[in-house]
Design a protein around this ligand. Sequence first.
Ligand SMILES: *Cc1c(COP(=O)(O)O)cnc(C)c1O
Length: 468
Amino acid sequence: MGKNEVLRNIPAVEKVLQDKAVSSLLEAGTLPRSLALRAVREVLEELRALVIAGEEADTSMETISHAVVERARRLDRSSFKRVINATGVVLHTNLGRAPLPAAAVEAMKNASGYCNLEYDLVRGERGYRHDLVRDVLLEITGAEDALVVNNNAAAVLLVLGALAKGSEVIVSRGELVEIGGAFRVPEVMVQGGAILREVGTTNKTHLKDYEAAITPDTAMLMKVHTSNYRVLGFTQEATTAELVALGVKNNLFVVEDLGSGLSLDLGNFEGGREPLVAERVATGADLVTFSGDKLLGGPQAGIIVGKKRAVELCRSHPLMRALRPDKVTLSALEATLRLYRDPERARREVPVVEMLTKDAATIKAEAEKLSGVLEKVLPPSFAVSVVPESSEAGGGSLPLAKFPTWCAAVTSTAGGLSKVERGLREAAVPVVARLKEDALLFDPRTLTPEDYPLIAEALSAACPGAGE
Ligand SMILES: *Cc1c(COP(=O)(O)O)cnc(C)c1O
């Protein structure tokens, strides 16, 4: 048969829709017509492309309608997938940063219908959404006032717009941060309408550098936490407390963009101790901003805490309405924050904190258990062992800190591990593992025992020769 003849044999869209396999699903209401139509068009188009390319193509109605049903089922699946994070990177930006505490999940469920978002139930009159998280924020950070927006990038933008529009903001050259996703301090300044005055050098900025740059146009001294990098060696920076003293003397706002929002002392890390939000608030800074979904371990949010007057300027700024979070976020944030009232409870129940503080001996025992589960499904050319490794905080936090860990390491005498790694990602419940040299690593730091059988299932499907 010539190409043209084969092309003519490809059935029309309507014909495929009328085929029993497809039409029965449409009639049963289990497949939306729009999706069926899209699936038919895609399958037929691909078939035509095959024929034109001179490849073998089966144009029988049975094969086509089967392909259409498969395609429609795939299109109908949610594009959101739960993923098993076996990388050991706790705040994995690509995998949704902080996994939420169970209490936050429950709170989101409660808030998802009608709730008292802006209704004062005692007085029976209008309430304010910000009041719902304000109390617990003040309690945990020691601040006078607090406000929540959609993320920390929005918080910084709002703070600049509300406190420094048209005026100069002094920032150290060592702190002109770029965070993933194109948040860059100089560019956010422009968007906030403030004028950036850089002072000092990359490695050393002294208090007197700030002092010398103050003019009648200065509105703010700003400190930006170098969340995702460190300047090491011959370095000098002004502390927030020193900036506060200078700010008070010159009647300037002092703001710190703290980024990570650590709210529980986790001790020392390589690369220095991570500052606690409450410590920075205690310096007397007018405002401190941080993310909800970094080291705090809650939902994506930007939290602004500090002095009443400065917070009020943000709250009443016209941008506020565009940056305000919804009921689901606020409820999850409040539930996460409430766990911090009891530090032990936060350690146990905030997954980010629990994972970062899990000790190596516990992880080693978990790695042994996981490796036992995986061993059972691996084909003979594969092996699994328990090896020492290190995990990361991730998410642009604690960049130098190494967290000693133990991984289940799968190796293969026949190679092909990158194919296995890909297979794991395509499993019904996708598993993201770490491929390192000649081993596929599974780090229990970011896993729970309930994940083990799912990993085994995905691995057995992804390994050539498994189950034979
Ligand atoms: C992460 C970070 C941001 C951006 O916060 P998002 O919540 O991701 O918008 C801004 N500034 C600093 C210092 C950060 O670490």
